[in-house]
Design a protein. Structure first.
Length: 198
């Protein structure tokens, strides 16, 4: 069975850039595309970055229990489709879910074998600088994201792995090392080589 990775980080910690690089360098892993009610950012593509839907559509899907996990973050809803996850897992490739700590908790209730990876910025100051450099949010929204980041950081102990994203290339190498190590566990190798490892 494929491994399920839950990658969480405060807004601005570089999670999206990191995951994009990991996907480009590891053909055995695929990204679960979440649904969101927020507006697309410049360069984001429907169906690749997110499924952008209305608040009404989202609430309707949630009412029908179509989400494996969902949360409201910064005034917008985010959710992972149950159908999409099971479809990805059936393909046999590892799956990355890019979700917040609330979603991670919900995922672990269903997939207790899911592997949590928390991405940390080198400091709150660095996080603040990254958010300002993005130039996509007002000063008020950035202040809200910094306050939320402090709350996010209080949940780091709920994750198996922690990576400090001081330099993107090093952080990417760290995630790739985790993926490789998890594929080399005895239980995983037994699945791949049942006749050899009896």
């Amino acid at each position: 069975m494929a491994n399920l990775y839950v990658i969480t980080a405060p807004s601005g910690a570089g999670k999206t850039s990191l995951i994009r690089e990991v996907l480009a360098r590891d053909a055995e892993v695929q990204l679960s595309v979440s649904h969101t009610t927020r507006a697309p950012r410049p360069g984001e593509i429907e169906g690749k970055d997110y499924y952008f839907i209305s608040r009404e559509q989202f609430l309707s899907m949630r009412e029908k229990n179509e989400f494996l996990e969902s949360a409201e973050v910064y005034g917008n809803f985010y959710g992972t489709s149950q159908q999409a996850i099971y479809k990805l897992v059936r393909k046999g490739k590892d799956v990355i879910l890019e979700i917040d700590w609330q979603g991670a908790r919900q995922i672990h209730k269903v997939f207790n074998h899911a592997i949590g990876i928390f991405i940390l910025p080198p400091s709150i100051e660095a996080l603040s600088e990254r958010l300002r450099a993005r130039a996509t949010d007002s000063a008020e929204i950035i202040a809200g994201r910094i306050a939320a980041a402090r709350e996010d950081l209080s949940h780091v102990s709920e994750f198996k792995y922690v990576i400090i994203n001081h330099q993107l290339s090093a952080a990417v190498s760290d995630v790739l090392a985790i993926l490789r190590a998890e594929r080399l566990t005895l239980s995983e190798q037994k699945k791949r080589w049942p006749d050899l490892i009896a």
